[in-house]
Write a protein that binds this ligand. Structure first.
Ligand code: UDX
Length: 446
């Protein structure tokens, strides 16, 4: 009999995982404690912008015309307990307010609510990013609370999806990592992934701590790579070198690789910044904080990029923002997402606003979320409207729409033609020939 799957927490990770499991042919039940989310997903609507996710969801959500009906949503724990053989925990582990550590309360609440309804054999699989040591602790909690006792097992199966590519990354992962304490965990997860997802994909079986660490180590490495190239950008600017050329040249060495060497205003989002901080906090608890002091530097190089963009903008408008209009193109932490969590773009916009600049922001998909987070900034309905009357234009999130803008058309409405490329993605030649003073981070001025 085919396994039945539940997915607990239906944010980016959970909604995508639930739809992907249904795509593979499983019967899936998704649970969230927020009834509005369940209601929205039940209508085949996705509460965030994620390319391809809504189509996949509509293909499977029960009640939608032409769907397979394999995917349903609920707020009932009892229903989840009675339905599932494998329960995936996909809730958020955000950074704690004012601390480096991550907030485990959603994961703990999910396990505490799920365990008492597990009356039959089941596998609980954690997917959330957690500090090393959490799985062992949660396994104990589960064993103490689940009526089925030893017939309930825990496994850890970290997820590596990127926003904007969530569907693709879930259906075609680079690797599958499972942390297990017993044989049943591995057997059931092999069964789940013995589908097109797993075909030809490396399947790494490890213990709990290693599986938990794989995720934090991977994100720390990626963050380090970005801060490395941004440190080189600082040096290039001082020495009149070109960081884009430099990245290309070192990237030809296969040991280094070209990916994740885009210099600019640095990384943001709901994962990299909080994951490196939570990792440092956990290393401190384990008494090995020295092993990760380099991550403090990774974090500070990253934060310095935002301040540097503010300085470049101030310089472009003559030394003070007072009375100056600043157009900000981009609000999300990266393109193809509506996520503004720890967005470098909005952070720069906010700093300039606090220093007296009149900031107008435009973003193709992130306007609603940006307005909620920074209600005091001004927002324009199009890029052209944001640029109208501006003394400097800042390109802070590399949406394709911005690369396709005509610098001559923008130049006709701007108050002065100064543009700063915070993502090294615009065509410098095209902007310069349209009469703009063009500066990009880590590149020569001329
Ligand atoms: C990241 C990891 O890539 C993913 O594997 C993990 O599961 C979750 O965290 P995500 O946060 O969606 O994914 O975004 P990612 O594409 O990694 O970009 C993170 C940030 O780094 C963005 O702000 C992006 O603009 C920035 N970045 C990325 C750079 O500044 N330069 C680069 O070369 C690459």
């Amino acid at each position: 009999m085919a396994l039945k799957i539940t997915v607990i927490g239906t944010g980016y990770l959970g909604a995508t995982h639930a739809a992907a499991m249904a795509e593979l042919g499983f019967e899936v039940l998704g649970l969230d404690v927020v009834p509005e989310k369940i209601e929205t997903l039940g209508r085949g609507k996705v509460p965030m912008y994620e390319p391809g996710l809504e189509e996949l969801l509509r293909k499977h959500v029960a009640g939608i015309e032409g769907s397979t009906g394999r995917l349903r949503f609920t707020t009932s724990w009892e229903e989840v307990g009675a339905f599932g053989d494998v329960h995936f925990i996909c809730v958020n582990t955000p950074q704690k307010h004012g601390e480096y550590a991550c907030d485990m309360s959603y994961v703990e609440a999910a396990v505490s609510s799920l365990a008492p309804v597990l009356h039959r054999p089941a596998l609980v699989v954690g997917k959330s990013t957690v500090p090393v040591g959490s799985a062992a602790r949660l396994a104990e909690l589960l064993a103490g609370l689940a009526p089925a006792g030893a017939d309930v097992e825990l496994a850890w199966n970290p997820e590596f999806l990127r926003e904007g590519f969530a569907v693709q990354d879930t259906l075609h992962p680079d690797r599958i990592v499972v942390g297990v304490a017993g044989e049943r965990g591995e057997k059931l997860l092999r069964e789940v992934y013995a589908t097109p997802i797993g075909e030809g994909t490396p399947f790494v079986v490890a213990d709990y701590p290693t599986a938990e660490l794989v995720k934090t180590a991977a994100n720390s490495f990626l963050a380090t790579k970005i801060s490395f190239i941004n440190a080189m950008a600082e040096v290039c600017e001082a020495a009149d070198g070109d960081v884009v050329k430099l990245a290309e040249a070192i990237g030809h060495d296969e040991r280094i690789g070209k990916k994740f060497l885009r210099a600019g205003i640095g990384f943001g989002g709901g994962c990299l910044p909080k994951d490196i901080r939570a990792f440092m906090a956990r290393a401190g608890e384990l008494g090995v904080d020295q092993a990760l002091t380099f991550l403090r530097e990774v974090d500070s190089i990253n934060m310095r990029r935002r301040g540097h963009m503010v300085e470049l903008a101030r310089e472009a408008v003559g030394g003070s923002f007072l009375g100056q209009r600043v157009a900000v193109l981009g609000a999300t932490f990266k393109p193809d997402s509506d996520d503004v969590r720890d967005s470098p773009a909005l952070n720069v916009a906010g700093q300039i606003h606090l220093q007296g600049g009149q900031v107008t922001v435009y973003d193709p998909k992130g306007m609603d979320n940006a307005r909620r987070l920074f209600p005091t900034l001004a927002y324009a309905p199009t890029a052209l409207d944001a640029v109208r009357g501006a003394h400097v234009v800042l390109h802070l999130t590399e949406w394709r729409e911005f690369r396709e803008l005509d610098p001559a058309v923008l130049g006709a409405v701007a108050a002065s033609r100064h543009v700063l490329d915070g993502r090294n993605a615009l065509d410098a030649g095209a902007w310069r020939s349209a009469g703009w003073t063009f500066r990009a981070m880590g590149r020569p001025r001329a």
